[in-house]
Design a protein around this ligand. Structure first.
Ligand code: GLU
Ligand code: ZN
Length: 308
């Protein structure tokens, strides 16, 4: 495999609960892609949406990654510690009239057809009770994805002026993910295909902020039924800490690795070394989701719990 010089990748979980099999796929794919390129692999805690964060979930996630042998480089960056930097950039955008205050309510946008029509763009609203939106003049909704190929995101939301700070004072995911990936010199983003539509907005923000674009690879998400990805909401179990090698093997096989040739000694470290040597992003199925067996113990702790 041809290696990319200066590769930096990352895994960016939100500490809203323990890692589950779906999160493992994203963590593993980004880890393998980084290590196969002799790259740096970072972990960043996306704890910006504080009401959704669960106390202790960050250390639980880090402990699980360690147990799985997914060792990261350097310190973990916490978004909750970066507010000043976010606000500085927001102020710069406001000063350059590349951002503006918006007082539209959800209801007003719904009544306008569900897509924000740019109502407050040139209205000089005051900051009171307002969200801040970035003024996007040129939308970058074409993505050259290493897994999904060249695609155009045709979701009309991808062409809105995105909220970058919410009315409730929280910085928006699309802003901070772009700012932090640039701040941490991330060159390669490997994550679940559920984030593909946000990529258009993020690319537009990269351009607005003058940051160099990273390369994207959106891997299929693990779903229980079409359109229903494994998530906390549909009772995905925390990753098993006892069947680590087996769970890793299942994840590797879904990522297209020839696991029948993998070492069978039950050692996750030798399994990971094998996978790093074998990794080829071209093996990853070019699909948005993979249906996984909902009753398999690696995905759910107790099938009874999720029987509907
Ligand atoms: N924090 C996001 C999530 O957990 C992932 C962000 C990203 O990989 O860009 O869904
Ligand atoms: Zn508005």
């Amino acid at each position: 495999m041809t290696r990319v010089a200066g590769y930096t990748g990352r895994f960016a979980p939100s500490p809203s609960g323990p890692l589950h099999f779906g999160s493992l796929l994203a963590a593993l794919a980004s880890y393998l892609d980084a290590r196969a390129n002799d790259g740096t692999w970072l972990v960043r805690m996306e704890d910006i949406d504080t009401p959704r964060c669960i106390k202790g979930a960050d250390s639980d996630i880090l402990h699980t990654l360690e147990k799985y042998g997914l060792e990261w480089d350097g310190d973990v960056l916490y978004q909750s510690h970066q507010h000043e930097r976010y606000q500085d950039t927001l102020n710069t955008l406001l000063n350059k009239q590349q951002a503006y205050y918006c007082t539209c309510t959800r209801k007003m946008i719904k009544n306008a057809g569900g897509v924000y029509p740019g109502t407050c763009r040139d209205a000089s609203r005051s900051p009171e009770n307002a969200a801040t939106r970035a003024k996007i003049v040129t939308h970058h909704n074409q993505v050259s994805d290493r897994v999904q190929g060249d695609i155009v995101i045709d979701d009309p939301h991808a062409l809105e002026d995105p909220v970058i700070k919410r009315r409730d004072g929280l910085f928006a995911y699309n802003l901070v993910v772009v700012m932090d990936d640039a701040f941490q010199n991330v060159t390669h983003i490997v994550r679940g295909s559920d984030l593909l539509t946000t990529t258009a907005t993020q690319q537009s923000l990269y351009a607005l902020l003058g940051y160099p674009l990273p390369t994207y690879a959106h891997i299929p998400v693990a779903s229980v039924t079409p359109g229903r990805k494994l998530s906390k909401q549909n009772h995905a179990a925390p990753l098993s800490l006892t069947n680590i090698a087996q769970t890793l093997t299942t994840a590797m096989s879904l990522l297209g690795l020839p696991v029948s040739q993998a070492p069978q000694d039950g050692n996750s470290q030798s399994l990971l070394s094998w996978a790093v040597a074998e990794w080829d992003v071209n093996f990853v199925p070019k699909r948005s989701e993979i249906i996984v067996d909902r009753y398999q113990s690696t995905y759910y702790s107790d099938p009874q719990v999720i029987a509907e």
